[in-house]
Design a protein around this ligand. Structure first.
Ligand SMILES: Nc1ncnc2c1ncn2[C@@H]1O[C@H](COP(=O)(O)OP(=O)(O)OP(=O)(O)O)[C@@H](O)[C@H]1O
Ligand SMILES: [Mg+2]
Length: 271
């Protein structure tokens, strides 16, 4: 149960910085790091951190996307897509390449305006983009300070929390190493750690383990268990069907065919 009086979810799209926002007007300058910073901005007013709160599965979802539709030109990517994730739940979002998983996550993160439907979010959102949202010319520590500031952490707190997160994922980048000179998997560890800064209540993770070595990959799913136990709502895009036993539910997005909805819950793996 939520501690105290449940908060009424606010519509993410009251706060959305959509495609019409000046900051997003120039497609050429859009990048995952812009996305992440804007996601933080879009959600930073949406509630207090759930840090340290131990919770059972909540009765109300912390994230709810309802009837979401999105098209690019004539191409319909999402139609009537639905997903809800409660605190203490992990939901996998699956589907073949091009099914619209990243599009739906970006809509849930408040980065992309849907053409139809609504998204309601209760609490801070941590978004881990599919393409590492890091800045080539910053070190890992500079990332922690920069992204920590966006979630209200001062320099010292951001560095302390960030180093703890990086250590959790076995980050081995040097102190002065620029992000562009990190290995792919190491950059991804930074990408994931940035999404976790500030103890967000809702985690939107888009294939967050890409390039992880085996040990870190196994460790990632153990972390999913811990985040669930801590009451976070986790929506993780994955192609790793062998790990679906690690989540509570699986939502599959179908590449849309005429007249079909985008999604279907295909599996209930935990009670
Ligand atoms: N900005 C855009 N303009 C036009 N089409 C786009 C744009 N972004 C995505 N698409 C299209 O929308 C569809 C869904 O893309 P999306 O990235 O959401 O798929 P996905 O399920 O995440 O795929 P993958 O498993 O490869 O990551 C694809 O056909 C893609 O080409
Ligand atoms: Mg994708």
């Amino acid at each position: 149960m939520l501690a105290g009086k449940p908060r009424r979810p606010r519509l993410a799209h009251d706060l959305v910085i959509g495609d019409g926002h000046p900051a997003l007007a120039d497609q050429a300058i859009r990048s995952p790091s812009h996305d992440r910073a804007l996601s933080v901005a879009a959600h930073s007013e949406q509630g207090s951190s759930q840090a340290g709160e131990m919770r059972q599965v909540d009765s109300q979802p912390l994230l709810e996307a309802h009837g979401v539709g999105k098209r690019y030109g004539r191409k319909v990517v999402l139609q009537d897509a639905n997903v809800a994730v409660r605190g203490g739940e992990a939901v996998a979002l699956i589907g073949e390449n091009g099914a619209g998983k990243t599009t739906l996550l970006r809509i849930c993160a408040g980065l992309l305006a849907p053409d139809a439907g609504q998204v309601a979010v209760d609490g801070k959102v941590g978004y881990c983009p599919q393409d590492p949202g890091v800045l080539d010319l910053l070190t890992a520590e500079e990332h922690l300070v920069y992204f920590g500031a966006a979630v209200g952490l001062d320099r010292q707190a951001a560095i302390a929390e960030g180093h703890r997160l990086l250590a959790d994922f076995g980050f081995r980048g040097g102190r002065r190493t620029l992000a562009k000179d990190l290995s792919g998997g190491t950059r991804q560890k930074l990408n994931l750690s940035l999404a976790l800064l500030g103890e967000p209540a809702v985690l939107l993770l888009d294939e967050p383990y890409q390039g992880f070595d085996h040990g870190t990959y196994v460790n990632f799913w153990d972390h999913v268990d811990r985040w669930r136990a801590a009451g976070k709502a986790i929506l993780v895009v994955t192609h790793m069907l062998a790990e679906l036993s690690r989540v509570d539910r699986v939502v599959e997005l179908q590449v849309r065919t005429v007249g079909a909805s985008s999604n279907d819950t295909v599996k209930q793996s935990r009670g």
